[in-house]
Design a protein around this ligand. Structure first.
Ligand code: AMP
Length: 617
């Protein structure tokens, strides 16, 4: 790997000391000033390196030519590249798509055929991620002083992993990173000192990991300057866990002994060292705060020196902002970065901005970025489908056939326009549609900044699950068969993600009737609970993992509504501007008013009584 000035050498990762904020800012300035040249060189390097792979050979004649690349290499979805990924998973050489050996497959929260998509990863890519993480340090230092005078209580977790038939590791991107030497043997950096010992982060038992990380965070409460987790949902889960376990945690702090059920040897050893000796005053103090009737502002009370909460609160995580604000006592919520299993994309250069104003600057040496324009509603006469993401935008996705799509380059995106992100990575993805819709909000030097608008085709999301309208329809159709066999018709349905309690859960509103008349049938709770379970069993593997293994999603609920409820919903939507002629029942509701209309007509509620089946694939 070449190192040096990023503007002189393509696709390289400058080596710098994250303790040196000035050097970090200089790198960021160079990267954002020279976007066009860097993007050109990134693409040249990727194509030159990989021109002889089976994949690119099929489109190029071994030479790098950007125009030829853009003309002949197709813009693809996962389904198009899945056969290549599966061949690699089954033992074919990774050079069918990548000249660099693929050392593992990263299981995404996006699914294909119900199973996580798998993204290729190389050894070099770990260094690219480390470089990216290091760039976050100077940005935070620019806005918050004194971050080297204490610790970060970041609650980080690993997830289950499996091996492919060829013996490649398949695991989520963060699990891969935390288990890598880049994380475990990271050089000391005074801005990134964590309260959680690595052993507690790397513990595969998520309950023991959570308990031990909270215990270490509480013991070191006076040193903590920031708290967080990757996603808002995970951080709130930790607060709930604390709510259930603070007495035991305090008892451990009081006695200086960790509970017997912490059996992971690594955890026991490091937590005992942190606990060190009996601390009755500290236990009393924490008990006093946790015992108070209201947990409003609990974060600030338990960790009084905390300057901000670092959690992603953009995209589907925006639904947690008000709950986080309640617990935080007014601390800023900081979304530092935008990344995925495919590639790490962008950094929030104004980390203290409000969640709704957060924009990410795409870092031009991470990948070659292209953009598919997405039209806004009524922008022309073309056929559009409504975005169904967890966004408040009035944007529409054009139903485009992939052949007739023209992409725009990073330097050519226009302020205020919506685009779908397409990436060509160093790891074997070429012109790959990520599925995220972004809007251009401004520029940092010559680098455009984007607001994350929503993910294409996602209607429901609680944690890292991403359920599409189609997934939901399939699952509801399976459950519908059960009631139909009993002479009950499902006339209409819709859904929403209920995050009023932690963990949140999916709610389905069902309007049902007896066959042959318009009466509400007598409902057998057992049958309705079975319907809830059937829907859950039919949802994809990420949903089932969150629900069964991570406990980050609660039992699915069906709320049966009285006859005529969906007419009232239609009246409401029409009153809000929907056309009567083109009205289609929304399969997911986000508006509080619409939810109230449905909720006020609920006649019965049923919950799934068992967690769905899940195992790593
Ligand atoms: P995964 O492939 O499972 O790592 O999920 C990556 C996806 O999570 C991205 O493509 C986005 O849809 C979403 N995501 C990641 N970071 C952010 C962020 N900062 N804001 C909103 N959504 C995000």
């Amino acid at each position: 790997m070449t190192r040096g000035n990023p503007c002189q050498l393509p696709g390289m990762l400058p080596n710098y000391d994250p303790n040196d904020s000035e050097a970090g800012m200089k790198i960021l300035e160079d990267l954002t000033e020279n976007v066009e040249q860097i993007q050109q060189r990134v693409l040249e390097e990727i194509v030159t390196r990989n021109a002889r792979t089976d994949y690119l050979k099929g489109f190029l004649d071994g030479q790098f030519d950007k125009q030829v690349f853009k003309k002949t290499v197709p813009v693809v979805n996962y389904e198009d590249i899945k056969p290549y990924i599966e061949r690699i998973a089954n033992g074919d050489s990774s050079n069918i798509i990548s000249a660099e050996p693929i050392i593992e497959l990263l299981t995404s929260s996006g699914t294909s055929g119900g199973q996580p998509k798998m993204m290729p990863s190389t050894a070099e890519d770990l260094h690219r991620k480390t470089f990216f993480y290091n760039l976050l340090v100077p940005v935070m230092n620019k806005y918050v002083d004194g971050l080297d005078e204490g610790k970060a209580m970041y609650l980080l977790f690993v997830k289950p992993e499996t091996k492919t038939p060829s013996g490649l590791m398949a695991r989520p991107v963060l699990t891969s990173y935390y288990k890598s030497n880049n994380f475990k043997n990271r050089p000391f950096n005074r801005f990134n000192v964590y309260t959680s010992p690595d052993e507690t982060i790397l513990c595969s038992d998520s309950k023991q990991s959570m308990y031990c990380q909270l215990l270490c965070g509480l013991v070191q409460r006076q040193e903590v300057l920031r708290v967080g987790a990757v996603f808002a949902s995970a951080f709130l889960r930790a607060i709930k866990f604390l709510e259930h376990n603070w007495k035991e945690l305090c008892s451990n702090i009081r006695t200086g002994h960790v509970s017997d059920w912490i059996t992971d040897p690594g955890c026991r050893k490091v937590v005992s060292l942190v606990l060190n000796k009996t601390k009755p005053e500290l236990a009393d103090l924490i008990e006093h705060e946790c015992n108070s009737k209201s947990w409003e502002g609990i974060i600030k009370k338990l960790w009084p020196r905390t300057k901000y909460i670092e959690v992603i609160v953009t995209g589907s995580m925006a639904q947690y902002v008000s709950t986080l604000e309640y617990y935080s006592g007014g601390l800023p919520l900081v979304s530092t970065m935008y990344a995925s299993s495919e590639c790490y994309f962008g950094i929030n250069f104004k980390p203290l901005s409000k969640p709704w104003d957060v924009s990410y600057t795409l870092i031009p040496n991470m990948a070659y970025f292209e953009f598919l324009p997405v039209k806004k509603k009524n922008e022309d006469g073309a056929q559009y489908v409504q975005c169904n993401g967890v966004c408040k935008e009035n944007c529409m996705e054009k139903e485009t056939e992939k052949e007739d799509v023209e992409t725009v380059e990073l330097v050519d995106v226009k302020l205020g326009q919506y685009y779908e992100l397409v990436v060509t990575t160093f790891t074997g993805l070429y012109r790959y549609r990520v599925g995220d819709i972004l809007m251009v909000t401004g520029f940092h030097n010559k680098a455009p900044q984007f607001r994350f608008v929503h993910r294409r085709n996602v209607v429901l999301s609680i944690d890292t699950d991403k359920t599409s309208e189609e997934d939901l329809l399939k699952a509801v159709t399976k459950a519908k068969v059960i009631v139909e066999s009993l002479g009950i018709l499902l006339i209409e349905y819709t859904s929403y993600a209920d995050t009023s309690s932690i963990p949140g859960h999916y709610v389905l509103f069902w309007e049902i009737t007896s066959k042959g008349n318009n009466h509400l049938p007598v409902l057998d709770p057992k049958i309705m609970e079975q319907c809830c379970s059937t829907v859950e069993e039919s949802l994809d593997s990420v949903y089932r993992r969150c629900r069964r293994k991570d406990n980050s999603i609660g039992p699915l609920e069906i709320r049966v509504v009285q006859h005529g409820t969906f007419d009232a919903l239609m009246d409401f939507c029409v009153s809000q501007g929907s056309s009567v002629n083109q009205y289609k029942t929304p399969r997911c509701i986000k508006s509080g008013e619409a939810i109230n209309i449905l909720d006020s007509r609920v006649v019965a509620r049923f919950f799934s009584q068992k967690a769905p089946f899940w195992e790593p694939v």
